[in-house]
Design a protein. Structure first.
Length: 231
C-alpha cells in the first residue's frame, strides 16, 4: 500500500511540487492497523497546523480506486503545503469545493491510460479512437453520473436541518430525492420504510460532512484541468 503513495509522491514531484515531508511517512496511517484498533477507514487528509505535520488516514488496498484516492488525498496535502506559511486563519481552501477540486484534478491526470502505461500498470495499450472513447465514457460515467447524487445529499441534509423533513419522514424524503433527481429506486423486493435509515449508509451524513463541496468540485476540477493543460 505504501508503494501507491510513493508513486503519488513521485508524480507530484515530477510536476515540481513539494515532496511529502518525513513526518507524513512517519505518522500517516496508510494501511488498516492489524493490532485490533477500531478505526474509521474512510480516507482523509489532515493538516495539524504546525507547518510540518501533515498526514493521510486511509485503509489502503491495492486497487485502482484506492490508487486514485491516494492521489486525491495527497492533493489535499500538496495544497496544505502551499499555504502552510500563511497565518492560521488563511490556511484553508478558497471554499470546500475548491479544496476537493485540487485533489481531484490530479486524479484526472493519473487515471489516463498513457500515465498508467508509463508507471507499468497498463500494458498492450494502443492509443486509438476506440481506446480514447472508452476512456472518455468511463470518465463520464464516473463524473457526470455523479452530479445528481452530489447535489441531492445536501438537499436532504438541509431539509432536515430546516425542519421540513421530520424524523418519521427521513427515509421517504431520501428516496424521493434519489428517484426524482438521480433516477434510482430501491431494488425490487427491498421494500423501504421508516424502520430503515438508508441515508446513514452514506458516510458523510452520519459524519455531518457537507456534501455540496463535491458537486462544486466535479465542475470546477475540469476548469482547473483545462487551465493546467493550456498553461
Amino acid at each position: 500500500a505504501t508503494k501507491i503513495f510513493q508513486l503519488s509522491d513521485d508524480f507530484f514531484t515530477s510536476l515540481n511540487l513539494t515532496a511529502m515531508p518525513q513526518e507524513f511517512w512517519d505518522k500517516s496511517m496508510l494501511e488498516k492497523p492489524d493490532d485490533g484498533r477500531d478505526v474509521v477507514c474512510h480516507a482523509s487528509a489532515w493538516d495539524f497546523y504546525n507547518g510540518i505535520d501533515f498526514r493521510v488516514k486511509q485503509c489502503t488496498e491495492v486497487t485502482m480506486d484506492h490508487f486514485s484516492t491516494a492521489h486525491h488525498e495527497m492533493g489535499h496535502i500538496e495544497y496544505y503545503l502551499q499555504y502552510k506559511h500563511q497565518p492560521v486563519v488563511y490556511r484553508r481552501g478558497a471554499n470546500p469545493g475548491f479544496h476537493e477540486a485540487v485533489g481531484d484534478v490530479i486524479s484526472l491526470s493519473v487515471e489516463t491510460p498513457k500515465h498508467l502505461e508509463t508507471i507499468g500498470l497498463l500494458s498492450n495499450w494502443d492509443e486509438n479512437e476506440e481506446s480514447e472513447l472508452n476512456f472518455l465514457m468511463a470518465m463520464a460515467l464516473n463524473k457526470i453520473a455523479f452530479l445528481p447524487f452530489g447535489y441531492l445529499i445536501d438537499q436532504w441534509r438541509w431539509s432536515v436541518f430546516r425542519g421540513d423533513t421530520p424524523p418519521e419522514k427521513y427515509n421517504e424524503k431520501w428516496w424521493d430525492l434519489r428517484c426524482r433527481l438521480q433516477g434510482v429506486s430501491p431494488p425490487l423486493g427491498a421494500a423501504r420504510s421508516e424502520d430503515n435509515f438508508d441515508p446513514g449508509a452514506k458516510f458523510h451524513i452520519p459524519n455531518n460532512t457537507p456534501y455540496i463541496r463535491y458537486f462544486v468540485s466535479f465542475v470546477i476540477q475540469f476548469q482547473f484541468h483545462k487551465a493546467l493543460c493550456e498553461a
